[in-house]
Design a protein around this ligand. Structure first.
Ligand code: NAP
Length: 249
């Protein structure tokens, strides 16, 4: 078996009905994991695609606008992979940004990431012989490093997510729990629809990407599969840019 295999593992992916989460669920399943596709919208299409490809998947309703919603989902379930992918972006000028938009973004994008990870880690099986007992991947953003425009709560939350990958790694690496984050650049999903529908903004972003193209969800999916695998057992607290070189520029 290659060190990239996820055969025999159970994985839990939040926000797996569309976009990056869907691609992550499919990549994990392709590498052999049985994937629970959790989210506020039924992951019917993702589950069907995985099963059609011969993989294992199920859909689970989970609304992380209550950041504590996943508290009871891990005990006794043998999950060893968690991908915190669910996220929202709400745009408004910082001068006018209202408290309810701030709170909604923080709850899903940051508070839920922490408390879902905590519940997952508490429930991890002991697995005394494994180099890694479990893997957690947070989906951060290039806005974990940059400020963005009209997205103050999103940038603050994503900076926080990068911090959580590091702080959790510091505490949990010694317990053989690998915590890392992926910072996607600009990826074609419904999260970026307002940018793709604005030709001048789309082109301006494209011109700044060294790879000369926007990202696709699969670009993130395969990186997540690697980070969850035994091949990444010595990677702790990393925030890996998958951005076509955006941040290198
Ligand atoms: P997306 O297609 O809109 O996916 C977001 C996912 O999160 C959806 O499944 C969505 O469910 C789910 N979600 C939102 N609120 C939720 C809640 N309260 N409870 C449970 N699930 C919830 O956009 P995406 O681009 O793939 O985003 C996935 C992640 O990548 C996000 O964390 C985002 O910040 C991050 N990211 C994206 C980009 C990009 O360029 N696209 C760049 C950097 C980082 P619904 O379908 O029900 O809304």
């Amino acid at each position: 078996m290659t060190p990239f295999s996820l055969a025999g593992r159970r994985a839990f992916v939040t926000g797996a009905n569309s976009g990056i989460g869907q691609a992550i669920a499919q990549a994990l399943a392709a590498m052999g994991a049985a994937v629970t596709c959790a989210g506020r919208t039924e992951a019917t299409q993702t589950v069907a695609a995985i099963r059609d490809a011969g993989g294992q998947a199920e859909s689970l309703h989970l609304d992380l606008s209550n950041p504590m919603a996943a508290q009871d989902l891990f005990a006794g379930q043998d999950y060893t992979i968690l991908v915190n992918n669910a996220g929202i972006i709400l745009r408004e000028d910082s001068m006018d940004y209202p408290e309810d938009m701030w709170d909604r973004v923080m709850d899903v994008n940051l508070k839920a990431v922490f408390f879902t990870s905590q519940a997952f880690a508490r429930a991890l099986p002991q697995a005394p012989d494994a180099a890694s007992r479990g893997a957690i991947v947070h989906v951060a953003s290039v806005l974990s490093f940059q400020g963005g425009i009209r997205v103050p709560s999103y940038a603050a939350a994503k900076h926080g997510v990068a911090g959580l990958a590091k702080s959790m790694a510091n505490e949990w690496a010694s317990q053989r729990i690998n915590v890392n984050a992926i910072a996607p650049g600009y990826v074609h999903t419904k999260n970026t629809a307002s940018l793709t529908q604005d030709p001048s903004r789309y082109e301006a972003i494209l011109q700044r990407i060294p790879a000369g193209r926007w990202g696709e969800p699969d670009d993130i999916g395969w990186t997540a599969a690697f980070l969850c695998s035994p091949a990444a057992a010595y990677i702790n607290g990393a925030v890996i840019n998958v951005d076509g070189g955006w941040l290198a520029r």
